[in-house]
Structures are given as structure tokens and as C-alpha cells.
Design a protein around this ligand. Sequence first.
Ligand SMILES: [Mg+2]
Length: 366
Amino acid sequence: MNFVVRRLEARLVDYPVRQRGAIVSSLGRHESSRYLVVAAYGRDGGVGFGEATTAPIWSGESAETAQWMIDSLISPLVVGHSFDHPAEALAAVDRRLHGNSFAKSSVDVALWDLWARQQGKSVSQLIADRPPLDTIPTRVSIGCYPPEETVELAVEFWNAGVRTLKFKTGSPGVDDAARLAAVRQRLGDEPAFTIDANGAHATADEAVRAIEALEPFGLSLVEQPTRRDRLSVLAEVTRRIYTPVMADEAVFTPDELDEALDLDAFDVLSIYPGKNGGFTRSLAMAKKAQAAGKLCAIGSNLETDLGQAANICLAASLSAFPVEQYACDLMAALFYPASAVEPPLKFHAGRVAVPHGPGFGVAPRG
Ligand SMILES: [Mg+2]
């Protein structure tokens, strides 16, 4: 269905983040979320929403640079033009602007939301290749804290129903084996453990040593052990270790996915629209990874419920996401004291309820 964007609005918002247990990784501490709320106004009075969950260390963007890109470069390419599909608008932007994945994605998600609402449908109805799920299990991140605090956080999340614990690892001076051992001792064998070094290891040998020291504690997934720009090193680690490897920082774009598939560099792909530069791209990348025999899981840059809705839609709608095998980084309810949408997304027993309303099923609060 044809649509025209009358106006794009990108608004800066500072979301309070809980400070106890704030996510600390080898990249630093996530203690504030200055993001963008993007609204795409259609010609018929409809509106679609997106979110840019910017962090300079992650994609080289801040909320301010993303806002500038949207106002100055993206809006003139989108506003007032007629499109048959959101992918056409993203292609027009991609022809003129390299990188800036979170800025692009916030607009692309808002256009998908607008486009689906205009048809009176959920985005899931437009993309699903299986009956959409009602709930999705959450994987929660536990920062690089000493063993005692690591156990406290693990117990808190376990009591909230979360069954997959992702330990941030690889920070200098932190004894990751002691942390995982302490949590196993306290919670037993039932929780699934994954680790995420956020690219902390410079060489394959170093990464393999670090992983093999933690495998005795029972790992279901090893996420981005090596530097983001060294796919061949990631591929070597994937060949050498027993536990499945998930590519996160190493695969932002479709071209990076092609390269990673050529090198057989990973087993599982971390995917989400902000990182990939649009919902359109995530959709295509999930299908391509699946066709190559890989599995997908939702990653995160700590979206609020607003940004998370698009991530949920992917996981709930596509068979590329075996969510009971690999839980998804849908953590908003655990890290934001207040929801960014009204009504808040339901979080119960460690699982996020899938919104089934038009578009992505959410709208910003206030
Ligand atoms: Mg990660």
C-alpha cells in the first residue's frame, strides 16, 4: 500500500536506568539512556514510532548526531515522497548516507509502524512465516561485577523468572571463573549460562583460553569473544571451541553477514534493527542466515519498551528465531524503572508478552 510521510520528528529523551546492577561490560558501563523517539506522520493523520538507542562506543552515534542526521539528511529524502514499501525509503537513505545504523533504523521502524497501521494490521501479520508467539523468554545481562554482587544479581533475575543469564566477561582484573562458579553453586544446574566478552580478546588463542576456562560451568552460547573487525579470528574461535558462538559486534550489516557466512565465522547471529540499520535489513539478514543453516537471537543496545517492540516482532514472527533454545535480550522491564510506552509491555515469569496491536503495537508515553 502506497504511503507518504508528511513530517518526521526526532525528539531527545533521557530515560532513567536502574543503577544497581547497571550493565558493565568490557566496553564500559551503561548508566544512562539518552535516546531518540522518532515519529513519522502520514498524510492521512496516522503516525508511526521508532527509537534510536544510540551509544557512541557501539555504533559511533550519539542521540545528538542521530537527531542531526535525521533532521538534516534523512528527512529530505523521505518527507513528501511516495513509497510503496518502507524498504524503498530505506534504500533511498542508504544511497546517500553510510553507517549511522541506529538513526536509519529509528526512521525505518517508524515507517514500518506507520505503513502497517495504515493497513490496519500488525507488522507481524505482514512478515510472519509461522503463527506468532504470545510470549518470548528473556535473557538478561549481568555486568562484570565481583562474585558476591554477581550472585546477588543472578538470584534477583532468577527470582523474576529469567532462565538464561548472560554474563559480561573479559574485563581486566575480573575473575570470571569465580563469578560463574559462585552462581552455579547458588542456583544449581538449571539456569542457562551464556557469556559475552564484547570483543575483549585480541587473538584466537587468548579467546579460546578464556572460553575453555568457563566451559566447565556449562555454557550454551559464547557471544563475540573477539574484536569486531577481525572476522577471520572469530571464525577460528568458532572452529576451535565446543560451545556455539554468537556473532554480535562483528555483524552489523548485510555485507558483513555475507563475509561471516563465507568464513563460517559463527553459529548463531545476534540481530536487531538498530544494529542492522533498519527493520528491513534485520528481516532480510535473518532469512539469509536461516537459509545458510544458522540460527538467530535478538540482541540489544538496551532498548526501552518502545524500541524493544520491533525486536519482539522479529522474534515472535520468524522461524529463524528458536526462542526457546536461545532466549532474547528483551530486558527493558528489568532495567528501566518506568516503561517508555503506555500501557507498558507485560513482563511476567521471565517472559515478555508480544503486543498484537496495529503496527508494532506500542506508542510512546505522554
Ligand atoms: Mg553482545
